[in-house]
Design a protein around this ligand. Structure first.
Ligand code: TRH
Length: 383
């Protein structure tokens, strides 16, 4: 169903890392490209944004990128602008007072959403789409939760993504050319290729040993970033993008950070992926390959509750032995326990885990997709 073109303002503060801008940039493009919406994205840190959007000019306060108006969200002196018809504050960032005044003046009042962080916890079902009156401002805000059930706003997934993934995974020539562009030799038939995009992780130390000494050649593809500080002591040298290192059966290739579709290709091409945070975690699911999730650490182990909530859903349809294995692997990676001890069984289980990953992606896609649900929700609100 097509919807009228509305104006949208999306506000994003980059707390640390890339997840907040990763999600909002993806959402902005989908709203514009797939739903014909007019989108302005306000970001307080253009340098972080430029890492995953190489076309961005970090010196400009306003620019057009891929059909989106990108505006620097200045710390002081927010510019005088009209409020959009739909306003998204991503991850509960606080909107500037000047913009809140513009929202109060707008008639009809804007559809104002707080786009929440992704969680698989059950309570999300009951909180998605709840209204939150703002009496001081005379405005209404609504909570929009991504999630894994039909009662939530779903997950971001571009139109045609799964078809593009299938075509890529079936195209061995394209993959061979891809590995070459990364500076890697052709893939050996018995070799495993694993992408490693995680935070500092004690579990990596043991895994590197297991990969180095195991019977199967492993190539670890590591985007330059926080994981390198866990790897550097094992290689006795500073690590940076471009390096190709060997340690027994293990080859490590350090990759430069790419744009988001380049990262998708990496996930689609690997036998298994280690991912983190929110957006790479979702992309690993769309890649339909086995993955280990390094969840963003929170105080008092709150993240481990979220990890278990996801595992409860993700593992439900796996036979008990593999469910226990994959659950233990994820928990071990996140707690620093002995993930390496699980590696041989994990390798053996990869074919079944891959089948499960394919079925899971199909099932999640059937719930509907976040950008489309948001457009629909906003349209119902504004009509
Ligand atoms: O960078 P992250 O750790 O972000 C985190 C999480 O979102 C977390 O929930 C949040 O609370 C915290 O930030 C503040 O992980 P995430 O979410 O996977 O984001 C990484 C983004 O970077 C994602 O959009 C994919 C993208 N990316 C590229 O575009 N190119 C690359 O080469 C790589 C490795 C990643």
């Amino acid at each position: 169903m097509s919807h009228p073109a509305r104006t949208w303002d999306i506000f994003c503060t980059v707390i640390d890392n890339f997840g907040d801008i990763g999600v909002t940039w993806r959402l902005a493009r989908q709203l514009a490209h797939e739903h014909g919406q007019t989108v302005r994205l306000w970001v307080d840190d253009l340098a972080s944004f430029a890492r995953l959007c190489p076309g961005l000019n970090v010196t400009l306060a306003e620019q057009q990128v891929a059909g989106i108006t990108v505006r620097l969200w200045p710390r002081d002196g927010f510019p005088e602008v009209d409020a959009a018809e739909v306003v998204i504050e991503a991850f509960a960032c606080s909107l500037p007072d000047a913009y809140l005044s513009a929202m109060q003046q707008r008639r009809p009042q804007p559809a104002w959403y707080n786009l929440e962080y992704l969680s698989a916890e059950d309570w999300v079902d009951g909180c998605h789409n709840l209204s939150s009156p703002q009496p001081r401002l005379g405005l209404m805000k609504r909570f929009f939760f991504p999630g894994f059930s039909a009662e939530t706003g779903g997950l971001l997934c571009e139109a045609g993504l799964l078809e593009a993934r299938d075509a890529w995974q079936a195209d061995e020539a394209a993959q061979a050319a891809y590995w070459q562009t990364l500076g890697l030799p052709a893939r050996r038939p018995d070799e495993l290729r694993i992408s490693v995009f995680c935070y500092e992780a004690d579990a990596l130390t043991g895994l590197v040993e297991a990969w180095s000494q195991g019977p199967t050649p492993v190539t670890a593809l590591v985007p330059a970033g926080r994981a390198l500080s866990s790897l550097a002591p094992l290689f006795d040298q500073p690590l940076s993008a471009g390096l190709l290192l060997q340690r027994g059966q293990l080859t490590v290739k350090i990759l430069p950070f790419t744009d988001q579709s380049g990262y998708d290709r990496l996930l689609w091409s690997c036998d298994a992926n280690i991912v983190r945070g929110e957006d790479s975690f979702v992309r690993a699911q769309w890649a339909a390959r086995p993955f280990v999730w390094h969840i963003y650490p929170q105080d008092e182990g709150a993240h481990l509750v979220k990890l278990d909530a996801f595992l409860d859903r993700y593992l439900a349809a796996l036979p008990p032995e593999q469910a226990t294995l994959l659950g233990n692997m994820n928990r071990a990676f996140n707690t620093g326990a002995d993930a390496a001890a699980l590696w041989p069984s994990f390798t053996t289980a990869l074919p079944e885990l891959k089948q499960h990953a394919q079925a899971w992606a199909k099932q999640q896609r059937a719930h509907g997709e976040l950008a489309g649900q948001l457009v629909h929700n906003a349209e119902n609100w504004l009509q």
